[in-house]
Design a protein around this ligand. Structure first.
Ligand SMILES: [Zn+2]
Length: 178
């Protein structure tokens, strides 16, 4: 059965700054939204997506170390339970088309979450997957990657950010090109 993708919510839509609410029960409606988020992520060519990026205010995100179909991990009510070290890596975000910046984050992260059967799980990840987990869990707390830009990147990317802000202010619906 084909799954309908959703529109990607773009910066500076205020929905990206709102912390999400925990999922009370992992039921069919949550599983259906997770499927749609996965479809949205693949259509946009991403390796992760968080519920606020599709306008959903629940604590659910998808991460993938590769972006390949079948490699998705759905995290329900994720909580970062441990972080180790730091490393720098260039990041982009589906909600900030055309913008990328080197962000410093933990080199390794441990996340506790529920899977789509509602079972508690723990995942430890480094490199791209660890990075992806930290980026997406940030989204669930209403934190976007631009708030982690260095002062120099803030200046370098000022014009590009302003273009997104002007596009939003002009009433172009939040959502990527179809
Ligand atoms: Zn993002």
């Amino acid at each position: 059965m084909a799954v309908d993708p959703l529109e990607v919510v773009l910066w500076p839509d205020p929905r990206l700054r709102r912390p999400t609410k925990p999922v009370a029960a992992v039921d069919d409606s949550v599983r259906a939204m997770a499927e749609r988020m996965i479809a949205t992520m693949h259509r946009a060519g991403g390796i992760g997506i968080a519920a606020p990026q599709v306008g959903w205010d629940r604590r659910v995100c998808i991460v993938s170390g590769t972006g390949d179909p079948g490699d998705e991990i759905v995290l329900v009510n994720p909580r970062i339970a441990g972080e180790e070290g730091t490393f720098e890596m260039e990041e982009g975000c589906l909600s900030f088309p055309g913008i990328s910046a080197v962000i410093t984050r933990a080199a390794k992260a441990r996340v506790e979450y529920l899977d789509l059967d509602g079972r508690p799980r723990t995942l430890e990840a480094a490199n791209l997957l660890g990075r992806c987990i930290l980026h997406e869990v940030d989204h669930l707390d209403g934190v976007v990657f631009s708030s982690r830009f260095t002062p120099a990147d803030r200046i370098r990317l000022k014009k590009a950010l302003r273009a997104l802000e002007e596009r939003f202010a002009s009433g172009v619906p939040s959502g990527g090109p179809r």
